[in-house]
Design a protein around this ligand. Structure first.
Ligand code: ADP
Ligand code: MG
Length: 333
């Protein structure tokens, strides 16, 4: 890879491999939203890099379900939302409709019940049913900037906060007229403009069964988000069963998907983030129908059976990595 002098961005992992990090760039790495954010602007633009970091810290302060504004709204059952919380809830409610509820911003009670990656609790059927009932989308109302919750519902923006944040970063890049940039928020990538040599960026799709630095293919892109979800990101195992962090809103349990990972390629971070989670829940067949019926996004689906499906809009941009044990197919409309 380094011989070819391309920047490979490992998505899913928090690691950004910088193939040609030089003096004419602004680079930042900060910890926000429970993950590492890597920012690389070319040419150097320290003011824009500082502004991006400030925006990220501001969003982190309000959107976390564990402290800040969303936490307060969950605890009090209602509250005034600042601009990010209001915008994210409004987008999330639309994305709930679009995904037929496979993505839901109201799954806090289900997510907290299991505490995947923290308390790692396996709930009873009754506990799951209660949490699913509390997550009914009718249990949230937004009037102006006031959010009201009922029936034990709790907001959770874990599936979309990073995507939303990358949209905000994209608008800063545009306003500041940054020519080229690579942004990675916990492995969700946005590539902006072109590389200094005028070429496209090469974004790696992580191998969900390999280590953090192992990828199964790359995509040549510009001005696109590549946003991923999978069962390898956060999970625990008990009696040979893997309990991972992507929940099926209907059952209140980790989704039983035939997919190991989903990458969504699109022009909106919040849409890509909601879709990556939702399409993982849907599984391969429904995910492909959703793609055929929809527009404005492309997919790389990694099946548990070792088949990687690349949708036709990015088929030419995709280069498989040999020797990984996967087979590759192209999905057509
Ligand atoms: P990551 O956070 O690793 O980028 P995702 O974007 O797929 O992965 O978000 C997963 C997180 O979203 C989970 O940790 C959980 O907090 C929350 N979540 C899990 N299932 C759903 C769902 N069906 N709808 C909305 N949020 C979910
Ligand atoms: Mg997501």
């Amino acid at each position: 890879m380094f011989k070819r002098e391309i920047a490979i961005i490992c998505i899913f992992s928090m690691l950004l491999l910088l193939a040609s990090c030089g003096a004419g760039e602004s680079v930042r790495q900060i910890y926000v939203m429970d993950s590492v954010a890597s920012i690389r602007l070319i040419p150097k633009n320290e003011a824009a890099a500082d502004l991006i970091c400030k925006e990220l810290y501001d969003m982190d302060n309000v959107l976390s379900a564990y402290d800040g504004e969303v936490y307060d709204i969950n605890r009090n059952g209602e509250g005034k939302a600042s601009r990010h919380t209001e915008a994210l809830l409004r987008s999330s409610l639309e994305l709930y409709e679009k995904t037929n509820g496979a993505f839901s911003p109201l799954l806090g009670s289900v997510i907290d019940l299991w505490g995947i990656g923290s308390k790692n609790y396996i709930p009873s059927q009754a506990e799951k049913e209660n949490a699913v009932a509390a997550s009914d989308i009718g249990n949230v109302a937004i009037e102006g900037d006031v959010i009201r919750l009922s029936g034990g519902a709790r907001l959770s923006f874990g599936a979309v906060a990073k995507g939303y944040a990358s949209d905000v970063i994209k608008s800063v890049l545009e306003e500041q007229e940054v020519e080229g940039a690579v942004i990675s928020l916990g492995g969700n990538v946005y590539v902006h403009g072109k590389k200094p040599d005028g070429e496209l960026w090469r974004v790696a799709i992580r191998d969900p069964r390999g280590g953090e630095n192992s990828w199964l293919g790359t995509l040549l892109l510009s001005d696109r988000f590549v946003i991923s979800s999978g069962d390898y990101e956060r999970y625990f195992e008990q009696s040979g069963v893997r309990y991972h962090h992507i929940m099926d809103p209907e059952t209140g349990s980790p989704a039983q998907s035939d997919l190991a990972a989903v990458a969504v390629i699109c022009e909106s971070g919040v849409v890509g983030d909601a879709y990556s989670t939702a399409l993982y829940v849907m599984g391969k067949e429904k995910a492909l129908s959703f793609w055929r019926e929809g527009e404005g996004f492309e997919l790389v689906l990694v099946g548990r059976d070792g088949v990687v499906t690349v949708t036709e809009g990015v088929a030419d941009a995709f280069a498989p990595e040999s020797g990984k044990g996967y087979s590759y197919e192209t999905a057509r409309r």
